[in-house]
Design a binder for this molecule. Structure first.
Ligand code: FES
Length: 147
């Protein structure tokens, strides 16, 4: 093996290991559920946001509802215990599916970014995301998909 081959092969291995680590990291951070779909919207338990950390209760900042009956997933952000936002994960630029990363939704197609309320952080998209009203009843969230 030449020195050049060694460097090329080593860099390729490092790049794939780094990519795999990022992929695994993003998988463990995102929590996917299907929710319960009725004719008006989605129902999910607020317990989906709970995680136990060293014996204490903590909360995920978002969960992703991916349901076969929906063309795109819905990202539900927990702003606080009484406020949630539900965002249609379709980019308003040219319609690509968005990816959630913390409090930001990113578009893999051309780089638009949206905050956890669906407002534009950076273009080329120039329209906010479609959002849905969220109401809390007991320990459940109802996401009204009619609007
Ligand atoms: S489709 Fe999302 S930025 Fe172009």
């Amino acid at each position: 093996m030449t020195r050049k081959d060694f460097i090329v092969n080593t860099c390729a291995l490092c790049a794939s290991a780094t990519g795999m680590a990022a992929l695994l990291g993003s998988c463990t951070l995102s929590h996917y559920i299907s929710g319960t779909l009725n004719k008006d919207g989605l129902i999910l338990s607020r317990d989906e946001f709970k995680i136990m950390q060293k014996g204490n209760t903590a909360y995920r900042s978002f969960i992703i509802v991916r349901n076969d009956a929906l063309k795109f997933p819905v990202c539900v952000y927990r702003i606080n215990d009484t406020e949630y936002s539900a965002l249609w994960m379709q980019c308003t630029h040219q319609g690509a599916e968005l990816q959630a990363s913390g409090d930001v939704l990113q578009c893999p197609a051309h780089g638009s970014e949206f905050n956890n309320r669906g407002h534009i952080r950076s273009g080329p998209a120039n329209t906010s995301l479609r959002t849905f009203p969220v109401t809390i009843s007991n320990n459940e969230l109802f996401i009204d998909l009619r609007k």
